[in-house]
Every structure is written in structure tokens, then in C-alpha cells.
Design a protein around this ligand. Structure first.
Ligand code: LRH
Ligand code: MN
Ligand code: MN
Length: 424
């Protein structure tokens, strides 16, 4: 896939500069009372999951422009995820989407093992109709007015759990597009009651060691109202279902300017923060690369996460969820995984005692300066050292481009069709 010698040779060329940069940053952090090696070890232990659907080129409602060598099936997707993990050392798990990724579980396991990958949360799909499906989700799925459609959606989620069990996953993420497009089209309360009843049936089928994540999203595909539209409804759902139900926060699923880091803090307080879909946005659910638009917001989210580390039961799942339209998806996902690590590393540099001191003294200027000091620190040498220590690439994008991987798979894989749009 990617030759070890290629990474080694590329790293060797960069090793001397990295050593100088790492030592110099280490010296500066030492003056702040921070041990750089400890930060590096925590960053090295950090992983973010890759969504299987992220390695293909996405699309919009208007068009899809396929890239070269796109994965033709889930095994190709796992190969691409293997490359991402080989080069970054930061993406040990893959999140599958059913039915897109349906395949023999033994073969899925074997392919993942080949790349040293595991499986993160399973994702169900009742936001579109799949070939051979008996009843349509055009007017909703888990909240549909017809009990037969709801039952079909519940069965599908239970099947996702079955597949997940067979491949070693321990979580199910449910996102539904159910809602309405016109005022008066649905009764908000009856629709929500139907959703809760259906989700209770899914929850009842959850193995003891599994967690159920529900993902809120303000709008789209429903453009007037959405059943699980925000963290308030999401929290009600998690509290209604039970102790293994948690809220998943997709950074792109909020109105512009919403204070997402505060939502994160509230969900932590309620012990209901299940996990993340990381991406970035400027206008809506843009699915842009993580930290492409607002790296400070990502840092502020991680500031809340680091502050909560060690709290009992606090163990959010971390996953990317992006759509790549103009970049090579492998490159985008590698850069995004590193951006998440960067935000984590920066958040680890916050002097929590100093911050709390400033907060207690109502010293707004020094409190915010403490955050800025951590955010402004260039932690790249920490990330690069964490990678090179584990045999990953100091510069993953450069190594990927030098590897010729994209040309190789473009020659082997069938040319993908650009027909039809597709949000994800
Ligand atoms: C919906 C969403 C959700 C889905 C994914 C395919 O916007 O972000 O997470 O599972 O897209
Ligand atoms: Mn998502
Ligand atoms: Mn989304």
C-alpha cells in the first residue's frame, strides 16, 4: 500500500529540522511549566475515527464531480482508511454506514485487521430509500405516521447493531432527516412521540456494552421543521431512552454563530455527551474540512473536553464527518485528523489553575489571554514527533503524494459515475 521505506526515507530527510523545532518548543514550554514529552504522549495516544463515506468524493444537491480512483466498495474504502492511518497514526477506527457498507462481517474484519484498523460507531440510514426496500422514507422513517414504516426503520437499526456486533463495534449512531417542509404538515408533538417510541424499540435491542448516539441537526433535508433539531431535543431523547443513550454533536449541524463549546459543556454537565462529528462550516451543514474555517472554535471545544477529562463516565467518541468536493479525500482526511490533534494539543497547554484564578478574580482579560496563549502556540513539532515516533509520516501529505497511491488505485478501480447529486 504505502512502502515503509518511503515513509522512513522521507522522515529521515526531515528528522534533523524536527529535532531542532521540538527541542526549541520544549524549552519554551518548560518555561511555562509544561513537559513537552507528556503532551506528545497524550497526543500520540489520541485517535479520531474516519467515516467510511468520507473517502469517496462527496457531492451537493446540484452535482457530484467524481475524483480519480474512488473506492468502488467498502473494501476499497478500508484500504484508503488504512493509508490514512499508516501515514498519520491518528485514525485507528472506521465508522461504517449501513446499507452503503454492507458486506460479509468476517471479510470486513479481515480487511480491517490487515490495516490495523478497528470499527467505531455503526451508522444507520433511514434518510433515503435503498434498493429493494419495501416502504418509502419520503415522509419520514422512525417518526413516520405509518407504523409499518416505523417498524421497518427500527428493524434496519437493529440490523445495524447485528452487523456491528459481528465486527466489534460498540455503538450505534442514529441520524434521521425526519421533519416537515410546510407549517401544518405535521403535528410536532405526535411526530416526536412516534420517534421516541420507535427509538425505545431500538434502545431495547442495544447490547449491554453498547452506547446509542443520537445526532441532532437543525434542518435539511426537512426545511421547515426537523424532529431532532437541536441539543435540547437531543438531550430529551437521551434522557428519555436511558443511561446508555447519549447525544452526538456534529459541528456543522447548528445555526451560524451558535456557541457550540457551551453546548458541549452543558451536555458534559448532564453526563450525556456521546461524541462528535468533526467538520467545519461557514453557512450551514457545509461539511468542510475540520478547522478549515474556524480553528479557534475547534480549540474552544477541546478546551471543554480537556477540562472534563477524568470525570466519571466521560468518554466521548471522536469522529470526522466531512464531504470532500474539490480535494483528494485521503489528503483532506489526513489534514483534518491532524487538525483535531492540534486542537487537542493546544487545549492541553492551557494553564487550568491560572485560568480558574482569572475567572474567580473576574479578570476577563487574563482569562481570555490564557486561552489565546495556548491557541497561539505552534504545536506542529509535537504532532510531527508523535507521528515519527510511531513510524507514521512527519509530513503525511508529502509522503502520500510521493507514494503514487492515487495513480495506482486510479488504474485499478473502475471510473466512478458523476450522475446524481448527494449531500453526503
Ligand atoms: C447528516 C450527517 C449524519 C449522517 C451523515 C452521512 O448531515 O452528518 O451524520 O450519518 O451525514
Ligand atoms: Mn454527522
Ligand atoms: Mn451533516
Amino acid at each position: 500500500m504505502i512502502k515503509a521505506s518511503l515513509i522512513e526515507d522521507d522522515n529521515e530527510r526531515r528528522a534533523a529540522d524536527l529535532a531542532v523545532d521540538y527541542d526549541s518548543l520544549g524549552e519554551r514550554l518548560d518555561r511555562r511549566g509544561i513537559d513537552i514529552d507528556k503532551v506528545k504522549d497524550r497526543v500520540a495516544a489520541y485517535g479520531v475515527a474516519i467515516p467510511s463515506w468520507g473517502v469517496g468524493t462527496g457531492g451537493t444537491r446540484f452535482a457530484r464531480f467524481p475524483g480519480r480512483g474512488e473506492p468502488a466498495n467498502v473494501f476499497d474504502k478500508l484500504d484508503d482508511c488504512g493509508v490514512i492511518h499508516r501515514l498519520t497514526g491518528a485514525t485507528p477506527n472506521v465508522s461504517l454506514h449501513i446499507p452503503w457498507d454492507k458486506a460479509d462481517p468476517a471479510e470486513l474484519r479481515a480487511k480491517a485487521e490487515e490495516h490495523g484498523l478497528g470499527f467505531d460507531a455503526m451508522n444507520s440510514n433511514t434518510f433515503q430509500d435503498s434498493p429493494g426496500q419495501a416502504l418509502s422514507y419520503k415522509f419520514g422513517s422512525l417518526s413516520h405516521a405509518d407504523p409499518a414504516v416505523r417498524r421497518q426503520a427500527v428493524e434496519h437499526n437493529l440490523e445495524c447493531i447485528e452487523i456491528g456486533r459481528a465486527i466489534g463495534s460498540t455503538a450505534l449512531t442514529v441520524w434521521v432527516g425526519d421533519g416537515s417542509n410546510f407549517p401544518g404538515q405535521v403535528d410536532f408533538t405526535r411526530q416526536f412521540d412516534r420517534y421516541l417510541e420507535a427509538m425505545s424499540a431500538v434502545y431495547a435491542g442495544l447490547p449491554d456494552d453498547w452506547r446509542l448516539f443520537t445526532e441532532h441537526k437543525m434542518y435539511e433535508p426537512a426545511f421547515y421543521s426537523t424532529v431532532v433539531q437541536d441539543w435540547g431535543t437531543n438531550l430529551m431523547i437521551a434522557q428519555h431512552l436511558g443511561e446508555r443513550a447519549f447525544c452526538l454533536v456534529d459541528l456543522g449541524h447548528h445555526a451560524p454563530n451558535v456557541n457550540i463549546e457551551m453546548i458541549v459543556a452543558r451536555l458534559i454537565h448532564a453526563k450525556k455527551l456521546g461524541g462528535f462529528h468533526f467538520n467545519d462550516s461557514k453557512y450551514g451543514d457545509d461539511d468542510l474540512d475540520t478547522a478549515a474555517i474556524d480553528p479557534y472554535r475547534l480549540f474552544l471545544v477541546f478546551n471543554e473536553l480537556v477540562a472534563a477529562e477524568g470525570k466519571p463516565g466521560f468518554d466521548p467518541a471522536h469522529m470526522l464527518d466531512q464531504s470532500h468536493n474539490v480535494t483528494d479525500p485521503i489528503e483532506s482526511l489526513m489534514v483534518s485528523a491532524m487538525e483535531v490533534q492540534r486542537a487537542y494539543a493546544q487545549a492541553l497547554l492551557v494553564d487550568r489553575a491560572a485560568l480558574e484564578g482569572a475567572q474567580e478574580a473576574n479578570d476577563a482579560l487574563m482569562a481570555t489571554a490564557e486561552l489565546k496563549r495556548a491557541f497561539r502556540t505552534d504545536v506542529e513539532p509535537i504532532l510531527a514527533k508523535a507521528r515519527s515516533d510511531k513510524g507514521a509520516a512527519i509530513d503525511p501529505v508529502a509522503a502520500f503524494r510521493a507514494s503514487g497511491y492515487r495513480d495506482r488505485v486510479a488504474a485499478e478501480r473502475p471510473e466512478a459515475s458523476g450522475a446524481g447529486g448527494g449531500i453526503v
